[in-house]
Ligand binder design. Structure first.
Ligand code: NAP
Length: 323
């Protein structure tokens, strides 16, 4: 895409306090030759702040976006935006967009289906037996006898629910609002009033909620107590969805049999953390899915072009709702 905005090649800031976002530069330059890319976390590194049209963010420094008078788009480089909305001085008039990507949904489907199957078909058990050359078959449980509940029936949750239903699992989903037309074959629940009924049937619970004030700590002792005994918990949302001590207690009591965790309150997970040393917990380093760099660049430029044409950009989030 060449010069996609109404004003020509834009000036885009790559902002993160956590990682060096310069790896995005080739994708932006390929999508928009002549683009003015800045990176850094302060005025010295970024140059004149009044030249910046859009900011691509992953944990941006607080207070900086509010100092950019020309800013017309804040773009998350992920599906979630909580790392941006945590900045209390976020300019409210500037649209905030997230990545919505079918490729990201495919990656999440593969991760979640793999984790569900691995536990439900006792693959770790058979691997341990195989290591001792032991041939000890048990009658396998059919997918139809196992219910997977997806908390968060949005872009990624709907894709995972559809994929799991297609391979025979009983699937239920929980969202904030009622769904007039949910994915085929998926039993839909919504709101706080239906949460206990939803949880009560989940042999595996998958957290695919956005992180908001309402969903923080969703995976806690109360939630675990409402699941069937011996449930498997998969957290592919955010680390702060999980109350870590409550999970360790629920594993100790047997209420939860296993956990697959991809996101953590502290990342990287510290070397001495108890999750590393519990064989019932599978730790992965926040790799459930990713978006291609070309998609991040393309969606940023498209969103900015929409704003510059006086349109509401697609994939804008409702900052009042938090997702
Ligand atoms: P989304 O499209 O915004 O969907 C969010 C879903 O959560 C919606 O169904 C929404 O309900 C529901 N929800 C929100 N607040 C709720 C509440 N208080 N109670 C019940 N349901 C609630 O989000 P997405 O694109 O599917 O992404 C979900 C999350 O996945 C992201 O925010 C991010 O944290 C995580 N993620 C993780 C990775 C990884 O690699 N681990 C990668 C990408 C994304 P409504 O349908 O009623 O609005």
């Amino acid at each position: 895409m060449r010069n996609p905005t109404a004003t020509g090649a834009p000036c885009i800031a790559l902002l993160s306090e956590r990682i060096d976002l310069r790896y995005l530069e080739p994708a932006f330059r390929a999508a928009c030759p002549g683009i003015d890319l800045r990176h850094g976390t302060n005025v010295d590194a970024l140059g004149a702040l009044d030249q910046i049209d859009a900011a691509v963010c992953w944990f941006p420094p607080h207070g900086l976006l509010a100092q950019m008078p020309r800013l017309r788009l804040v773009q998350s480089l992920a599906a979630g935006v909580e790392h941006i909305t945590a900045d209390a001085s976020l300019p409210p008039q500037v649209p905030l967009c997230r990545i919505v990507d079918s490729g990201m949904a495919l990656g999440m489907n593969a991760f979640v289906c793999g984790a569900v199957i691995r536990h439900q078909r006792a693959m770790d058990h058979y691997r341990a037996l195989a290591a001792q050359a032991r041939w000890e078959p048990r009658h396998p449980q059919s997918p139809e006898q196992h219910t997977v509940g997806i908390a968060g029936l949005g872009h990624l949750g709907t894709a995972c629910a559809t994929a799991l239903a297609a391979i025979g699992y009983r699937v239920r989903g929980w969202s904030r609002s009622a769904k007039s037309s949910g994915p085929a074959g998926v039993q839909a629940f919504h709101g706080a009033a239906q949460l206990d009924e939803f949880l009560g049937g989940c042999n595996t619970l998958v957290c695919l909620l956005p992180l908001t004030a309402e969903t923080e700590g969703f995976l806690d002792a109360r939630c675990f107590a409402r699941l069937p005994h011996g449930a498997h918990v998969i957290n592919v949302g955010r680390g702060a969805h999980l109350v870590e001590g409550d999970l360790l207690d629920a594993l100790a009591s047997g209420q939860i049999a296993a956990a697959t965790l991809d996101a953590f309150s502290t990342e990287p997970l510290p070397p001495g953390h108890p999750f590393w040393h519990d064989s019932r917990i599978t730790v992965t380093p926040h790799i459930a899915t990713r978006t291609s760099l070309a998609v991040i660049a393309g969606q940023t430029l498209e969103n900015l072009a929409q704003v510059d044409h006086g349109l509401s950009p697609p994939r804008a989030v409702d900052t009042g709702r938090g997702y």
